[in-house]
Design a protein around this ligand. Sequence first.
Ligand code: AMP
Length: 492
Amino acid sequence: MTLTTSPFASASEDDDHFQEECAVYGIFGSIDAAAHTALGLHALQHRGQEATGIVSADGKKFHQHRGLGHVGKNFGEENKSILDGLRGYAAIGHNRYATTGETALRNVQPLYADLEFGGFAICHNGNLTNALQLRRELVHNGSIFQSTTDTETILQLIARSRHRTVTDKLIDAMKQVDGAFALVCLTEESVIGMRDPYGVRPLVIGRIGDAYILTSETVALDIIGAEFIRDVEPGEMVVIDTKGLHSFFPFHKAPKRFCIFEYIYFARPDSTVEGHSVYAARKAIGAELAKESPVEADVIIPVPDSGVPSAIGYAAAAKTPFELGIIRNHYVGRTFIQPTDHVRHLGVKLKHNANPSAIAGKRVVLVDDSIVRGTTSTKIVEMVRQAGAKEVHMRIASPPTTHSCFYGVDTPERDKLLASRMTVEEMGKLIGVDSLAFISIDGLYRAMGEAGRSEDAPQYCDACFTGQYPIELSDWEDGTTNNQLSLLAAAS
Ligand code: AMP
């Protein structure tokens, strides 16, 4: 992810604390390595739409392409020559999701460096929480940074490590960082995957023929007909080379804290993450929500697409008809990634339209996955009222988002989170609904098959709802995160 933007790079609202969610992919042992990677990244487009890149290795040389925009734009039919040029039996790739405003190519992954032992490329999903501190020390000691990403800090630490082998250097580097990481790296003769000890971000292992795959979600395996083998364990490093797959546990053991927001919003519903179908989890959350916050209504309407599975679960549990009362235009990107509030407003209108035939004269329950700034909900409610709804109730399939994520999900600074400055009642008034309710934190855990949230040792990372951050936030503790990282203005 991007640490912070350079002072000249973007509008002030996007200056700091914007995080990004990303997708990673790696394959070893296929003559179609780069093509498989492009397809995998295409399946993971929802995790990052700003930029994409692939680096491949043919045993002698590395080949790379990075570009802004979607996977199809960079690696599609019109750019077949690009894909053809990415030769080799091993490749890694990345989709970047950034709302920092800085779209500079220098931040697009995989990052590549010629190191003591040879070429090395790295992709990262997550966010390091002491990268700025480490970066300051590294710069002080003479390191030169090319990008403003925390991922480059890892590269620099590897380069400076006194350990002998590439895996020992990587372990040495990763023992110095705090935060969330799912990494996929490429060397001349291996693909290496690694997950932080808390397992905040997902990483799965798949197989097709003799080739092994490491990637963020199982949908990236499905797309090429690869078989899902297992999740990479929290704190595990897997090395894939010509001898097969080798597993190591180089870190101290930590309590598992997988990000619960992956189930609520981020992962694709057709993925299976950490043993749970994302679709089934969302339906169960909707059912639990219906139990907790019932309301007399004629129709249950999802806010598409993210609210659909939970609305199905809600409608079934409430024994109320499910209708498509809002239609989404699929040719507009996720509204959340528009860089300014003004554009975001426009985006919401472009993206959704009310369907009066399902709404007029009815008592409507709208179901959505989350409320962040409240922009989407306000517009949707207005639209539904204009389409003739008699009553509009809103049910949210997550607890109120009161805290920013520092581990890799894109949430704005705290003061922009509606729930951090308003009660549920105040939010309901602002959004313009007859009633508003969120699932409780225990209800969310129950939907995930737990008895409830364990206060002492929560089973997931739920910091965005509770403010309990499992991993130290060193970079944010000394209040100096706005220190400039680079004077180079972003160029896209
Ligand atoms: P807002 O208008 O800011 O309240 O946006 C809320 C909507 O954005 C939710 O309904 C989600 O579908 C979507 N959303 C929630 N979290 C994220 C995120 N981290 N990145 C992108 N979109 C999100």
